[in-house]
Design a binder for this molecule. Structure first.
Ligand code: NDP
Length: 301
């Protein structure tokens, strides 16, 4: 078999960000300064790192970022109040609520409170519904990034059998919806699926989004499969902390045609698509404002 291709998420993310930067420059020419508000509740160290990376990337591409760090004892009502203010602020185009939230906060209510046109994570039910109906919406960033990598690696995805392992609202389910839109035949596996290995071995494309370190080894994979490893698991490696995926990378390499590494695969794509969604949101809101003002100017009143 040929040497497996390592799918370079950093290079692909750089391509996406290049287009984002160009789109931001065009918006600047129309006096629109795309802005992303990021809300972090509490002081979870991993979330702090994610937020810092998102803010840095936004600055790099010319998107203004507004950080709202709230204490861990913030009430749902207080959080909803902040979201309402950001929804009403026309200088803010995207609102991101960093998950997980402290257990006492009503997460679903908070996510539903974000205006769908500012919902750059694509978690609002209006965007989820749009995605499942195949309408253009703000789609969740991680699955969008995975789809980009797959199209770049495989070209036409039509007719491929894709197996998604995991059915979470943020990765597994939207991933399955995007693959269906790309005309794949999709099988979704979860913790109650009997003999998941046998089903997975039929797949041309495997998306692993389980949250279990190195669970998927060569015995799960058909020779020549393309594997996207979404998992990010922190492991102790002789006292040093190390990130590993849901796929046993070394074992999988003996079977696959192409695979994403962890880190350096899906991770950079998630942030790149967050920037892309922010620019899309800014563009949509700017166009909506412009057509509204044109409608007012051309009205007979
Ligand atoms: P969740 O814990 O929300 O979902 C995990 C899913 O895996 C569930 O649907 C669960 O099934 C399924 N599952 C668990 N055990 C098994 C098993 N033995 N066989 C088959 N399915 C199983 O995780 P997320 O979707 O939020 O995240 C998944 C991974 O992706 C994590 O490692 C996370 O850190 C990573 N991640 C990475 C991102 C990135 O940017 N690279 C972004 C988001 C997540 P059931 O529903 O039955 O419980």
């Amino acid at each position: 078999m040929n040497t497996p291709l390592l799918i370079d998420g950093k290079a692909a993310a750089a391509q996406v960000l290049l287009h984002v930067r160009e789109a931001v420059a065009r918006l600047h020419e129309h006096d629109v300064q795309p802005a992303l508000a990021v809300i972090l509740v509490g002081s979870d160290p991993a979330s702090q790192v994610y937020v810092r990376n998102k803010v840095l990337r936004a600055e790099e591409v010319g998107i203004r970022s507004l950080e709202h760090h709230l204490p861990s004892d913030t009430s749902t009502a207080h959080l909803l109040d902040l979201i309402a203010r950001l929804n009403a602020d026309c200088a803010v185009h995207g609102v991101l609520l960093q998950l997980p939230l402290p257990a006492h906060i009503d997460e679903l209510r908070a996510l539903q409170a974000i205006s769908p046109d500012k919902d750059v994570d694509g978690f609002h039910s209006e965007n989820v519904g749009g995605l499942s109906q195949g309408r253009a919406v703000l789609a969740p960033c991680t699955p969008s990034g995975c789809l980009y990598l797959l199209k770049q690696t495989c070209g036409d995805l039509r007719g491929k059998h894709a197996v998604v392992i995991g059915r979470s609202n943020i990765v597994g389910k939207p991933m399955a919806a995007l693959l269906l839109q790309a005309d794949c035949s999709v099988t979704v596996l979860h913790s109650r699926t009997p003999d998941p290995q046998a089903l997975c071995r039929q797949a041309d494309i495997v998306i692993a989004a389980v949250g279990r370190p190195r669970m998927i080894d060569a015995s799960w994979l058909k020779p020549g499969a393309v594997v996207i490893d979404v998992g990010i698991n922190r492991m102790d490696d002789n006292g040093a902390s190390r990130l590993v995926g849901d796929v046993d990378f070394d074992s999988a390499l003996t079977r696959v045609a192409a695979i994403t590494p962890v880190p350096g695969g899906v991770g950079p794509m998630t942030i790149a698509f967050l920037m892309k969604n922010t620019v899309t949101a800014a563009l949509n809101q700017h166009q909506a404002q412009r057509s509204l003002s044109e409608a007012v100017c051309h009205s007979t009143y």
